[in-house]
Design a protein around this ligand. Sequence first.
Ligand code: AP5
Ligand code: MG
Length: 213
Amino acid sequence: MPRIVLLGPPGVGKGTQAGPLAKTLGVPHLSTGELLRAAVAGGTPLGREADVYMRAGRLVPDELVLHILTERLEEPDARPGFVLDGYPRNRSQAETLARLVPVDIVLFFELPEHALIERLTLRRSCPTCGRLYNLATLPPKVPGRCDEDGSPLLQRSDDAPEAVRTRLRTYREQTEPLLEFYRSTGQLRSIDASGTTTEVGHRLREALDRPNP
Ligand code: AP5
Ligand code: MG
């Protein structure tokens, strides 16, 4: 079973694509952002520390993220394979991951910045089941309510304009250089993340069928 990493800027659609892809492949979707948000919601010491960085749109310190990631990777369902979304985000995390588990493919999602900002601003999510919506492109059937469980939809605190600007800058400075790193290892495959979620899903599956360069 494959071990896949999804790499790309905030709002590009990693979380939207990761769930269906993981389901198709029969592996779990591991998201460091979701694991951290669960720790924040649970009020754990790690969550309280991470919350300050997340609200500001900054990276949570490497050792905290590594702690929750290794715990999750050790669960039996993640042993054979996974779709990992949100890790690595800097060079040190990429080197750590290479030591932890062998990754087969790194899928890079590409989208212009104006489209990222639009997707982030219009995002809403369900606090109960985690389902993602977009007020323009994927609206809920009943405004403000989750289609699955009727919970009131929320806007993430880091989707506020200032946090979005910081997240995009952090991405450019710390995460984008990983493209060169994964190009040099031969693990990188890029996909155009514009268009509908169905179109992006098709491109993603095509990219997985391509042989490594
Ligand atoms: P994380 O949760 O990973 O956030 P992110 O990388 O900023 O990415 P997003 O979740 O915002 O975007 P996405 O690509 O998943 O897009 P989505 O599918 O939701 O991290 C959050 C924070 O946690 C970080 O800032 C950091 O503080 C911390 N953190 C996490 N990992 C860390 C790490 N490794 N190290 C240190 N700190 C870490 O889509 C966005 C919107 O667009 C939705 O509304 C969706 O419906 C819509 N949409 C999706 N696809 C399409 C489409 N094709 N067409 C139209 N709309 C679409
Ligand atoms: Mg996400």
